[in-house]
Design a protein around this ligand. Structure first.
Ligand code: PGA
Length: 254
């Protein structure tokens, strides 16, 4: 089954407005729309509308890094997913490990956010992944299946086709340590099997599952060649236009 390849730039809490503008103008110079490939940038929330203007008609999509689990209300400092929709976001990350670990986001909260985003027509990119200790204790499969299962138990089945997952082993994020292509593909296949158990084989075959964790120009092509890796969530390397462009080009070559 043909799946969309998605290469998303998670800028995290980096880049000024002028830094973002420069980065996007470099990207636009070398970016061309290709069938089967979606490229997205995810700035800090206050920069979303500015970045949307910079992107213009480039064909590069827009995403957010996080949102509230409510549409509106007395929730100081939160960002409404419906505002993200109004500002033109196509994607929103949910459950990034930095949100889960630093801001104590539970599986339940992550699933509530995913559910709301789906209902508004924004594609949630649900991040899952294990710590080094969990991998060493061999509890990583249990952790990941819990993270996946709750998404299916709390969202409506007509919208399941719009879900995207990102496998990000926590030990590989920002560390320079990448999962080997085999290690990553093994977990991607496991996630697909969990989707099949929750939904059906057809759906499991059509969901894009991205890899994240120290993706770089020199490991991108090999990772993308794996049967079950359908793109990337890129942190550090997405801040350097020449590196991010090389990562995008790994798709062209792959
Ligand atoms: P990294 O971050 O590419 O810098 O490892 C990936 C992420 O956290 O999404």
């Amino acid at each position: 089954m043909e799946r969309t390849t998605i290469i998303a730039a998670n800028w995290k809490m980096n880049l000024s407005p002028s830094g973002g503008e420069n980065l996007i103008s470099s990207l636009k110079e070398s970016f061309s729309i290709q069938p089967g490939l979606e490229v997205a940038v995810m700035p800090q929330a206050p920069m979303i509308s500015m970045v949307s203007q910079y992107l213009g008609m480039s064909g590069i999509s827009l995403g957010a890094q996080n949102c509230s689990n409510a549409i509106s209300g007395a929730l100081t400092g939160e960002t409404s997913p419906s505002l993200l929709k109004n500002l033109g976001c196509d994607y929103c990350l949910v459950g990034h490990s930095e949100r889960r670990e630093i801001f104590s986001e539970s599986n339940q909260l992550v699933a509530e956010k995913a559910n709301l985003l789906l209902s508004l027509g924004i594609i949630p990119i649900v991040c899952v992944g294990e710590t080094l200790q969990e991998r060493e204790n061999n509890t990583h499969f249990d952790k990941i299946s819990d993270q996946v299962n709750i998404i299916y138990s709390m969202t409506s089945n007509e919208l399941w086709k719009n879900l995207v997952f990102a496998y990000e082993p926590i030990w590989a994020i920002g560390t320079g340590k990448t999962a080997t292509p085999d290690q990553a593909n093994e977990i991607h296949q496991f996630i697909r099997k969990s989707i099949k158990n929750n939904a059906c084989e057809n759906l499991a075959g059509s969901v894009s599952i991205l890899y994240g964790g120290s993706v770089k120009p020199d490991n991108a092509a090999q990772l993308l060649q794996q049967t079950d890796i359908d793109g990337f969530l890129v942190g550090g390397a997405s801040l350097k236009p020449e590196d991010f462009i090389k990562i995008i080009n790994a798709y062209q070559k792959g």
